[in-house]
Design a protein around this ligand. Structure first.
Ligand code: ATP
Ligand code: MG
Length: 476
């Protein structure tokens, strides 16, 4: 309910609004209208640029509203990430109204109106795809065999626009001039009841765009809502449809899933709905082979990410991806070693294979795959500290990420012979103490000449790709 989120006075007003009995499923043409006294949104909470875009379009004779996530979030007293505008003006007409406007997108044409660093996204009202009309409209809209929408530029009325949106809670329109909310799909009812509900037939809507399954999970986690049972039911079976989504789009979606501050819960839902394996097949395999360690490592990484986000700190996607994939490495390293490849090249080759496989699913850009490799390489180097090596590692720009990653591995129960503590102390002490620490190492057989035993102890090998390396060097 709104009880924890809406200021008391407004809450009362909002509560006094009664959702009328639901209309039949097929009459969508007249919306519920909430006047300014029936909802808690105030103009002052809205970006002044968003308001000016809407009012400018209205003055030019077009219909224009704030729509989607911002209206939903304001009703829940959440700070909106951004403000989206929906209008009857075409992208060209929108561009003609503003000096700093750019038409973007191919699959879905939008206009970005720039105000300094703030961007207001303006979308033209669109219609759902009339099935069986592909031929007539083939240059505007098309679907593939499984019903997925490939292009999406069929313009429509406001009513059409509401119906083509994904969830009822995302189909609310706010007019800042009248301060009224238009609700075509019972979105207010679902906001009140904390429900994520697809508009229309769930199976069909997921088939049209399988990414909606990820969006359902993302909003459920972010808002702490339930996915309504008819919207939840088809997901597990339809999850494999994600295989047909372009890898670049999935990368964007994965970042949104894990960088919104609710990554642990999102991960749990993804696993429960069978979606995680569609995004990270190798990690899902590792979850089966080595469930406790893999699950713990992923959770700890995500937990840490959530914490950083809530503290307003930055998060590097590379670190997160390095963690998600790390548990999938050992099986591959072992396979290559069993074919006679020495440990280090086997590790390198396994890392390379794993990342290129992952990139076929999710197009991770080079600027992230490079640091993933560097973080992993660092795991091989952190145990080797003799002579000047430790000091050189400290100078390495990736040291911090590598060290954090080592601590993450240990937090999931990986045995490293106290390597994390050693490095924590090494960073902290004086030069002379550092020299002592290095000298103590050589007494314990660490050094260039130390024999690198290839242990066949299975319980250790399973723990992580670098386990054998570190246990042979750090002196247990
Ligand atoms: P947030 O920005 O907080 O992540 P949002 O709801 O604003 O959430 P966007 O991805 O910005 O999400 O999309 C804006 C709106 O566009 C949504 O609220 C929804 O109405 C519509 N929308 C986005 N993606 C889809 C989709 N795949 N299918 C149908 N409608 C969509
Ligand atoms: Mg948005």
């Amino acid at each position: 309910s709104f009880s924890q989120t809406v200021p008391p006075m407004l809450k009362k007003l909002f509560k006094s609004f009664r959702t009328p009995a639901r209309r039949g499923n097929h009459s969508h043409s007249t919306p519920e209208v909430l006047s300014s006294s029936q909802h808690p949104i105030e103009r002052g909470e809205i970006s002044r640029y968003a308001i000016s875009v809407v009012e400018r379009l209205q003055q030019a004779g077009y219909q224009a509203y704030l729509v989607g996530g911002c209206v939903r979030d304001l009703l829940l007293d959440i700070d909106p990430k951004d403000f989206d505008v929906a209008t009857s003006a075409t992208p060209e007409q929108v561009r003609a109204e503003f000096r700093n406007a750019r038409v973007i997108g191919r699959r879905f044409k939008l206009v970005h109106v720039h105000f300094g660093r703030e961007i207001i996204e303006v979308a033209t009202f669109r219609a759902n795809h009339p099935e069986g009309e592909e031929e007539e409209n083939s240059n505007l809209s098309s679907r593939n065999e499984s019903g997925r929408i490939l292009r999406d530029n069929v313009y429509g009325s406001l009513e059409d626009d509401a119906q083509r949106r994904d969830f009822t809670i995302n189909a609310l329109y706010y007019d800042p001039s009248t301060e009224r909310i238009l609700d075509y799909a019972n979105g207010v009812h679902d906001i009140r009841n904390h429900l994520i509900r697809l508009i229309g037939d769930p199976t069909q809507r997921y088939q049209e765009d399988p990414v909606r399954m990820l969006r359902a999970v993302r909003f459920a986690a972010k808002l702490d809502f339930d996915i309504e049972k008819h919207s939840a039911a088809p997901i597990y079976k339809l999850a494999p449809l994600l295989g047909g989504i372009p890898a670049a789009r999935l990368f964007d979606e994965v970042l949104k899933l894990f960088l919104a501050g609710y990554a642990v819960y999102t991960y749990e839902l993804l696993v429960d709905y069978g979606l995680f394996g569609q995004l990270f097949p190798a990690s899902a395999e590792a979850l089966k082979l080595n469930p406790d360690y893999t699950d713990q490592l992923i959770r700890n990484a995500l937990d840490n990410t959530d914490l950083r986000i809530h503290q307003g700190k930055t998060v590097t996607p590379a670190f997160l991806l390095a963690a998600l994939l790390w548990p999938a490495l050992p099986a591959r390293v072992i396979k290559l070693q069993d074919r006679g490849m020495p440990p280090i090249p086997a590790m390198q080759e396994a890392a390379h294979e794993l990342i290129s496989e992952q990139c076929q699913r999710i197009a991770v850009p080079k600027r992230f795959t490079m640091p993933i490799r560097e973080i992993w390489d660092m795991q091989e180097r952190l145990p080797r500290r003799s002579g000047k090596r430790a000091d050189m590692l400290l100078e390495n720009p990736r040291f911090r990420a590598g060290y954090d990653f080592l601590l993450l591995r240990e937090s999931a129960g990986e045995e490293t012979g106290g390597l994390g503590d050693w490095w924590t102390r090494y960073q902290d002490v004086s030069d002379s103490e550092r020299r002592n620490m290095i000298r103590d190492l050589s007494n314990k057989d660490d050094g260039p000449g130390a024999p690198r035993k290839r242990k066949r102890n299975n319980s250790k090998r399973k723990r992580g790709p670098a386990a054998e390396n570190s246990s042979s060097t750090a002196g247990e």
